[in-house]
Ligand binder design. Structure first.
Ligand code: ATP
Length: 223
């Protein structure tokens, strides 16, 4: 479902005299449906960079990244947007939302984007927010003023509400209490059981050991 083949990446810092940072070369991995693969390796090895390339957020300098048959490295912007809408979910560490949009709509939006009717989308969003113990009093508010853990749960709900065949998870259990951490691990197990291919960064070693089938050490791709 997710296949990274011989990918290389060098950053050029145009604002700093064109300095070049060679991050990786020959990066290759695959994630099959129903599998969860963890990216590991020392800080600065390129885990986030690789995730962003799979998401189509960073350009690759060489190689191929196939997600559900689309070569993300060569895809047009509108193909990347369609991929994110229909195929590739994403839970990031940081919430980026339009101010003043209520939390319930923030979470329902990925379903609305694939044509689910408003009432059903909001009902499914509400069910997930309840499961993640986000107080109902907060659902009508914008999440911009929420605590770190509350924002993280909004992110998780938004990432899991649409059952996409592939999913990227960036530290999904960071800043969560034990009860909500358990809910997130259960959501990951359920996503795997329905056949989702998951690629993630988990600094929480116990969580990684529980939900991941394999680890890929990005340090091995360093140049
Ligand atoms: N947007 C960018 N512009 C320039 N250099 C970048 C950019 N993003 C990452 N880098 C560089 O690429 C290298 C890999 O960074 P990355 O964030 O992918 O590492 P990581 O393995 O996720 O680290 P950590 O575990 O500390 O989060 C670092 O040397 C970093 O400075």
């Amino acid at each position: 479902m997710i296949r990274v083949e011989d990918v290389s990446k060098t950053f050029t810092l145009h604002t700093q005299g064109g300095a070049r940072i060679a991050v990786m070369r020959g990066a290759s991995l695959s994630v099959e449906p129903g599998e969860c693969v963890a990216l590991v390796g020392r800080s600065g090895a390129g885990k986030s960079t690789l995730m962003r390339m799979v998401q189509g957020n960073y350009r690759t300098d060489g190689g191929r990244i196939l997600v559900g048959g689309l070569d993300v490295a060569r895809a047009a912007p509108r193909e990347i947007l369609a991929l994110r809408r229909e195929t590739l979910g994403w839970v990031s560490q940081f919430l980026r939302v339009i101010p003043r949009v209520p939390t319930l709509d923030v979470v329902a939006e990925p379903l609305r984007n694939v044509g689910v009717a408003p009432d059903e989308a909001r009902a499914r969003a509400a069910a997930l927010l309840s499961r993640l113990n986000l107080p109902e009093a907060l659902w009508a508010l914008s999440p911009t003023t929420f605590s770190g853990g509350e924002q993280q749960r909004v992110n998780i709900a938004r990432g899991f509400v649409n059952p996409t065949p592939a999913l990227l998870l960036d530290e999904p259990t960071a800043s969560l209490d034990p009860v909500n951490r358990r809910v997130v691990l259960d959501l990951i197990h359920e996503a795997k059981a329905r056949g989702a291919a998951i690629l993630g960064i988990f600094h929480d070693a116990e969580a990684r050991a529980e939900v991941c089938d394999r680890e890929v050490d990005v340090t091995g791709f360093a140049r």
